[in-house]
Write a protein that binds this ligand. Structure first.
Ligand SMILES: NC(=O)c1ccc[n+]([C@@H]2O[C@H](COP(=O)([O-])OP(=O)(O)OC[C@H]3O[C@@H](n4cnc5c(N)ncnc54)[C@H](O)[C@@H]3O)[C@@H](O)[C@H]2O)c1
Length: 279
């Protein structure tokens, strides 16, 4: 085990599973204690992927404790500012400080062109994937400021925050908005030595990507496409010969941005995209 974020405390949203869990484990491996929140339930318009559960969040906690790090968890919806603030306040009270924020929670449902997207889909997407990121950071900033030792904020955007794809315009709009949030927080907080960056993943092997809806979106030519069919189509998005990356590939970028190795890196939309932006 290394110590690249030894003694620091990280607040991570969407930590029950997928990338959020992986970020919690990776940062804990390198010495951080964790404040982990997740809604642990469905978002109303977002029915095509099974929701994360309280058991998933408990499993994240077990994995972090297994690394001999401390973790405080709470079931919180990032759309609820008061609840997010209460969770961060309580986590910092228990763990003593805050250094790192990873605003990762998000949903992703596609399939419609923008002119056919329902108001409910649009509103849920913007509320969770854009406003939820702003609320998570807003709740955390007072603790970074009062700590007086700077900090590192990492927002999860997407390759879809840097270029458009059809049939998922509400997601594209939210993720472009996250880049705007990242840049603005970076200029506002830089004077306090708080760095703000974004990770922009391509497809990641989590339930958000690896599901029936995505397979049908990528392979409308097939009646019942599976992961192998998805892999063939997804590979065309990339320069490197793969269809998707693993959560740990994103966690390694998060770890770098969180660590002092990145002490003068701020305002960066960091792609982990197998060359997707070259195409
Ligand atoms: N998987 C991909 O291909 C991909 C690619 C680029 C970016 N992303 C982004 O990465 C982030 C993590 O997604 P993932 O791939 O790990 O998917 P995931 O579905 O496995 O995990 C997302 C987590 O966020 C939680 N969450 C959702 N809405 C929430 C809310 N309102 N409040 C609190 N928690 C909430 C979920 O319960 C879940 O545990 C998202 O922001 C997503 O948009 C994913």
């Amino acid at each position: 085990m290394g110590g690249r974020v030894e003694g620091k405390v990280a607040f991570i949203t969407g930590a029950a599973r997928g990338q959020g869990r992986s970020h919690a484990v990776r940062l804990a491996e390198e010495g951080a204690d964790i404040i982990a929140i997740d809604v642990c339930g469905p978002i109303s318009s977002h029915t095509d992927i099974p929701p994360a559960t309280p058991e998933d969040l408990a499993e994240t906690a077990d994995l972090v404790k297994g690394l001999n790090r401390r973790i405080v968890t709470a079931e919180v919806d990032v759309r609820d500012y008061a609840a997010v603030k209460a969770a961060v306040d309580s986590g910092v009270e228990q763990l003593g400080r805050l250094d790192i924020v990873v605003a990762n929670a998000g949903i992703g449902n596609g399939g419609q062109t923008l002119d056919h997207t329902s108001e409910e889909d649009w509103t849920d997407m913007i509320d969770v994937n854009l406003s939820g990121v702003w609320k998570s950071v807003k709740a955390a900033v007072p603790h970074l400021l009062s700590g007086g030792q700077g900090g590192s904020i990492i927002l999860t955007s997407s390759v879809g925050g840097l270029k458009p794809y059809a049939h998922t315009g509400h997601y594209i709009a939210a993720k472009h908005g996250v880049i705007g949030l990242m840049r603005t927080f970076a200029v506002e907080l830089g004077q306090h030595s708080i760095r703000v960056n974004a990770v922009c993943p391509t497809n990641v092997n989590t339930p958000l990507f690896m599901n029936e809806g995505t397979m049908k979106l990528f392979r409308p030519d097939l009646e019942n496409p599976g992961p192998d069919d998805l892999a063939v189509a997804a590979q065309f998005m990339h320069v490197l010969p793969i269809g998707w990356v693993e959560p740990r590939d994103i966690s390694n970028a998060v770890l770098f941005l969180a660590s002092d190795e990145a002490r003068y890196v701020t305002g960066l939309p960091m792609t982990v995209d197998a060359g997707s932006m070259l195409k």
